[in-house]
Design a protein around this ligand. Structure first.
Ligand code: ADP
Ligand code: MG
Length: 508
């Protein structure tokens, strides 16, 4: 047994899972205190008690106002969209409460631990990655690394298929496409496995698309039927809406196994029972599926590949259990999608394998796995165009660049005697900085008063494998240098982090 244990955490938008490596180095999912392999990423804020998981999910039907769902979608925002029990929480604090339960439940089986690897969607930007690390800190975890979910899934797949065998043989390179449709996010990544190396070739996704959107189509369908019959909209009451959603999600799961399901809805003394054949469900949601098809094609093209170059199409995420997904992928790719690693455990398993590698590396052993990622968004700085005087996005690291990467670009000061330089870092594809995400800024101050106009400034970005960024600014002819002092608008201070850590770790 590795000491400390190698723990991987899949912190999902709707469900989370924890895995560790057993004594033979094989990943196993740890069940939670309720005995389940996955834990709903849902938090209930009772007056004197915080409940995470299945019980919190149930409370959506009775105490919807006290329940926080899909906080992962809001990482990067300053505060979660609603007050919970009269208090506002940053989304990362809600994520921390979920992580804290996962940690506590896992510790019951494997003993106290703090080191772990947490996964994030490949599509997550810098701000959301930092927020995820902060959530880990608040939960009392030591986050050794964050890795991309599709990479983790590919690692788990490679392990299962024996690409990562002890002998260290290097089988022929294989290309795979990871199609991950979860509850709240959609991610698609093209990867290459070369021996023990995992290279991401291209990645894309949609942070606002998942099984939840499929549920909502059913909710709307049933609500409209209710309105037609009784002239009332059951969605106007939060608890009724919550109950209806739970019913619809259940029906959706049934429709993955059966040709038809039904949903009942009662509100203000009226009730309807709506039958939903699978064909109707597929009709109500086909545009959502089309969006994933489109993104999948785009990503394949971004990798410069065609379907015949792809050896495996990997299914990841609970929503890939819907038959329409395999059907669509089979039609589009001409291949049978591979669901050999359980769709809701693959990511946690890959994270545990990666954690094992990191622990071995720390113990001085040579690593058996090598991971190479690409960045999912272009990174640049705001520059002023000399001719037009307009602001534009000067890209330093174009999207889908292999990481780690160091990139530099030269700029000039605008006027003689300029005393400070503000470097604004943006993430996004648009030439217009206003259409990009502002991820931070840093300033070089107290420049010498006699600095000539048009003095060269070198901006250097170091983008690490885990998607975290270090910025370095040097002004020619001065000793002024600056590194790593990015201030993010929505970032919590160390004191705030520590206060939340006390709160989260003190909760039961
Ligand atoms: P995430 O990683 O985004 O939290 P998961 O991969 O755990 O999500 O997937 C959760 C989603 O999968 C939910 O929307 C859930 O309704 C859906 N899901 C789970 N099982 C099934 C099933 N049998 N049929 C259809 N959808 C399912
Ligand atoms: Mg997931």
């Amino acid at each position: 047994m590795i000491n400390p244990p190698a723990v991987g955490i899949d912190l999902g938008t709707t469900y989370s899972a924890v895995a560790q490596l057993d004594s033979s180095g094989r990943p196993v999912t740890l069940v939670n205190a309720e005995g389940d392999l996955v834990t709903p990423s849902v938090v209930l804020f009772e007056p004197n008690n915080i409940v995470v998981g299945k019980e919190a999910l149930k409370a959506i039907a009775t105490d919807a106002k006290l329940v926080a769902q899909c906080a992962k979608r809001e990482l990067g925002d300053r505060m979660f969209n609603k007050e919970l029990g009269g208090r506002k929480y940053p989304p990362e604090a809600i994520e921390a409460l979920i992580l804290h339960k996962l940690k506590r439940d896992a510790a019951r089986q494997i003993g106290e631990f703090s080191k772990c690897v947490i996964t994030v969607p490949a599509y997550f930007d810098e701000v959301r990655r930092k927020a995820t690390q902060d959530a880990g800190y608040m939960a009392g975890l030591e986050v050794m690394d964050i890795i991309n979910e599709p990479t983790a899934a590919a690692i788990a797949h490679g392990f299962l298929k024996g690409f990562l065998n002890e002998q260290g043989e290097s089988p022929a390179p294989r290309k795979l496409l990871v199609y991950d449709l979860g509850g709240g996010t959609f991610d698609v990544t093209v990867m290459e496995i070369r021996g023990h190396e995992f290279l991401a070739l291209a990645t894309d996704g949609d942070v606002q698309l998942g099984g939840y959107d499929w549920d909502q189509r059913l909710v709307n369908h049933v609500a409209q039927e209710f309105k037609r019959q009784h002239g009332l909209d059951p969605r106007e009451d939060a608890n009724t809406a919550g109950r209806l959603w739970r019913e619809c999600e259940d029906a959706k799961r049934t429709l993955s196994a059966r040709a038809k399901a039904s949903v009942t809805c009662d509100y203000k003394g009226h009730a309807v029972r709506v039958e939903i054949p699978r064909e109707l469900f597929e009709e109500l949601t086909h545009d959502l599926l089309d969006r994933t098809r489109f993104t999948t094609r785009q990503t394949l093209m971004a990798a410069g590949l065609t379907w015949k170059d792809i050896d495996y199409v990997l299914l990841v995420g609970g929503s890939t259990r819907m038959p329409m997904v395999s059907k669509m992928l089979r039609d589009a790719t001409g291949k049978e999608p591979d669901g050999s690693v359980a769709v809701d455990e693959a990511v946690a398993h890959g994270a545990a394998l990666h954690a094992g590698v990191l622990l071995a590396k720390n113990a001085g052993q040579s690593p058996r796995l090598k991971i190479k990622n690409v960045n999912s968004h272009s990174l640049g700085v705001v520059a002023t165009d000399n001719l037009t005087g307009r602001k534009r996005n000067a890209v330093l690291v174009p999207r889908n660049t292999s990481l780690p990467v160091t990139a530099r670009r030269n700029f000039r000061t605008q006027k003689p005697g300029q005393r400070s330089i503000l470097v604004q870092i943006v993430e996004g594809e648009s030439a217009n900085p206003d259409e990009c995400t502002q991820i931070g800024r840093c300033a070089v101050r107290d420049l010498p008063a006699n600095l000539p106009g048009q003095t060269p400034i070198e901006v250097r970005f170091h983008y690490a494998e885990n998607g975290r960024l270090t910025v370095h600014v040097a002004v020619e002819g001065t000793t002024k240098e600056l590194r790593h002092t990015i201030t993010r608008d929505n970032m919590l201070t160390q004191e705030q982090l520590d206060a939340w850590r006390g709160f989260v770790c003190g909760s039961r």
